[in-house]
Ligand binder design. Structure first.
Ligand SMILES: *[C@@H]1O[C@H](CO)[C@@H](O)[C@H](O)[C@H]1NC(C)=O
Ligand SMILES: *[C@@H]1O[C@H](CO)[C@@H](O)[C@H](O)[C@H]1NC(C)=O
Ligand SMILES: *[C@@H]1O[C@H](CO)[C@@H](O)[C@H](O)[C@H]1NC(C)=O
Ligand SMILES: *[C@@H]1O[C@H](CO)[C@@H](O)[C@H](O)[C@H]1NC(C)=O
Ligand SMILES: *[C@@H]1O[C@H](CO)[C@@H](O)[C@H](O)[C@H]1NC(C)=O
Ligand SMILES: *[C@@H]1O[C@H](CO)[C@@H](O)[C@H](O)[C@H]1NC(C)=O
Ligand SMILES: *[C@@H]1O[C@H](CO)[C@@H](O)[C@H](O)[C@H]1NC(C)=O
Length: 501
């Protein structure tokens, strides 16, 4: 579906302009370099049993053809559930753009909270990802063109969640069990939007690192890379300067005779590589390291040490590599691409997509136009601007569709969010870690007494939702504690209301 020069990413879509002809796309999480061979496939799913639900393909059209259905996957853990008789709660993760098992393995907070609340835990997979593929589960058909991909949208996904949750509760005769939705990244956007659109289905939402404000004319397209720049600068000025200076050097050397071979040797690429692919590859490493700058070792996008940005800068600041920029960058790239030490060479042509994030490109070409990737003169990346027209051009060439530029803010809002939500909506937690480049598009201020922003200066992309670790810093433990207290308040309030009405 996407050409090999396109990288897709998990949470957002990035367009970079390193050189005049170069534009790159990546989704909130995926990128062609995200998960290379060193990353083992998800081991057999722990903690959950798998179920499938016959889901309607088109919730918004009564044309008989729209009554087609597909099998939607969801994961269940009912070990701690207090049961229907108790109206015990149900915690639902609103799946984002990828394999739901992968999100479940990286979102331990929900399961770890379940015993305290005697909650049932459900992770629902987003349509078109993982195993929840319409059109008979045939990915080739589902991804063929806009006729089939047209059924992939955030609005359909939210309707899927409402339909599945309602049916699930009916089956359990747990009609009065309160539902709390959780999500990280795009999943967090969905959780927040779900609470606003389906308040009768979910009593509250935990929206972690959800850039619901990362839209045109709300959040600057410079904010994303500015945050990455800050992350690296905060480690050392030298680290920032070396990376900043490297783009031009790569360009220069790559375009000299023998340059591609020299770069190949310096970086241990499997094959000689051109400047754009190398820059792309480094950009990916820097971006995803910033996003997943967690305080403990992790394996979300790639296996990484604790505080990987610091580790990258340590490689760059290493005095033994003197003035050799490429040796320094090679050391930094090794943190992201070779922490496990198993890479024999780096394959820049690898466009494998082990977490099934590929269809994000469609979403970013239709409604989820998240402007990122512009760079000021001070940026760690070469200066560039963001143009809506580039997206249009890209999407027309890829899918022959034009994005609906105003749809998301028309449908979900975003402009003047404080003024709007202050008197509408309740029970949403917006968590953001300020080291996360997506935090620039997050809700960073309290909106009302129950629409709460929790901001962690040291935090990265939905770090609060990860499984706890004995080495978690105090600030992270405190964030989770605060979130649990707020959820407890929502539930108490709900049970009071239930007893009364
Ligand atoms: C739910 O998770 C707990 C903790 O990992 C595990 O012990 C239990 O077996 C799981 N239950 C199901 C139904 O998978
Ligand atoms: C999509 O592909 C199918 C099968 O090849 C074709 O019938 C349909 O017209 C195509 N739709 C578009 C919009 O290209
Ligand atoms: C509810 O039960 C029906 C009948 O067994 C089943 O077809 C359906 O998939 C169930 N719903 C969910 C969400 O599991
Ligand atoms: C953003 O503002 C510009 C300039 O006013 C306008 O042309 C454009 O349509 C706006 N975009 C959105 C999504 O509101
Ligand atoms: C590094 O570069 C500077 C300026 O170009 C030069 O003065 C210095 O000797 C170089 N150091 C090494 C170790 O090559
Ligand atoms: C990966 O790390 C191992 C162990 O440090 C090293 O031997 C190997 O050369 C590295 N691979 C690449 C491609 O740099
Ligand atoms: C929002 O309010 C809570 C208390 O309800 C407080 O802990 C938190 O720091 C506030 N958030 C911001 C960003 O000020």
């Amino acid at each position: 579906m996407a050409s090999t020069s396109t990288s897709l990413s998990l949470f957002l879509f990035l367009f970079l302009h390193f050189s005049s002809s170069f534009s790159k796309t990546s989704s909130l999480f995926s990128s062609s370099f995200l998960l290379r061979s060193q990353n083992p496939p998800i081991d057999s799913l722990r903690h959950y049993r798998t179920a499938f639900f016959t889901q309607i393909l088109d919730h918004f059209n009564f044309n008989p053809q729209s009554y087609q259905s597909f099998q939607q996957r969801y994961l269940i853990n009912d070990t701690y559930w207090g049961g229907a008789a108790e109206n015990a709660p149900i915690f639902v993760y609103t799946g984002n753009e990828g394999n739901i098992e992968w999100f479940a393995q990286n979102t331990g907070f929900i399961l770890e909270s379940a015993p305290k609340f005697r909650a049932l835990v459900v992770f629902i997979e987003h349509r078109f990802y993982g195993k929840s593929i319409p059109f008979g589960g045939d990915e080739d058909v589902a991804n063929r063109n806009s006729s089939t991909l047209g059924f992939l949208s955030s609005t359909q996904a939210l309707a899927d969640y409402a339909t599945l949750i309602t049916d699930f509760k009916r089956n359990l005769t747990a009609i009065d069990s309160p539902v709390v939705v959780f999500g990280g990244s795009y999943g967090g956007m969905l959780a927040a939007w779900f609470r606003l659109k389906y308040p009768h289905v979910a009593i509250g939402a935990v929206a972690s690192s959800a850039p619901i404000l990362q839209f045109e004319n709300i959040t600057s397209p410079y904010s994303f890379n500015n945050i990455i720049t800050q992350d690296f600068k905060s480690e050392s000025q030298n680290c920032y300067r070396v990376i900043k200076g490297s783009w031009q050097q790569i360009d220069m050397v790559a375009n000299q005779p023998g340059g591609p071979q020299l770069l190949r040797n310096s970086f241990k690429f499997c094959k000689p590589a051109d400047s754009q692919s190398i820059q792309n590859w480094l950009y990916t490493a820097i971006l995803y390291t910033a996003m997943t700058d967690y305080p403990t070792p992790s394996n979300f996008l790639n296996p990484l040490p604790a505080y990987p940005v610091k580790q990258m800068c340590k490689a760059i600041d290493d005095p033994t590599t003197g003035n050799d920029t490429f040796a320094k960058l090679y050391g930094a790239a090794n943190v992201y691409y070779n922490y496990s030490g198993t890479a024999t060479c780096f394959d820049l042509d690898d466009d494998s997509d082990p977490h099934d994030l590929g269809d994000w490109t469609w979403q970013a070409c239709t409604e989820l136009i998240l402007p990122t990737g512009a760079n000021t003169e001070d940026s760690i990346f070469p200066a560039s601007t963001w143009h809506y027209a580039d997206r249009v051009h890209y999407c027309k060439s890829l899918f022959d569709v034009e994005p609906r530029r105003f749809w998301i803010t028309t449908h979900f809002g975003g402009f003047n969010i404080e003024r709007v939500l202050k008197r509408f909506g309740s029970n949403i937690i917006f968590f953001n870690g300020l080291r996360d480049p997506w935090s620039g598009g997050g809700v960073l201020k309290n909106i009302s007494s129950s629409i709460i922003a929790i901001v962690a200066k040291e935090g990265a992309h939905h770090v609060d939702l990860r499984f706890s670790d004995s080495n978690d810093p105090k600030w992270l433990k405190d964030v989770r504690k605060q979130e649990l207290n707020i959820i407890q308040d929502w539930l108490s309030q709900y049970y009071l209301d239930l007893a009364q009405y």
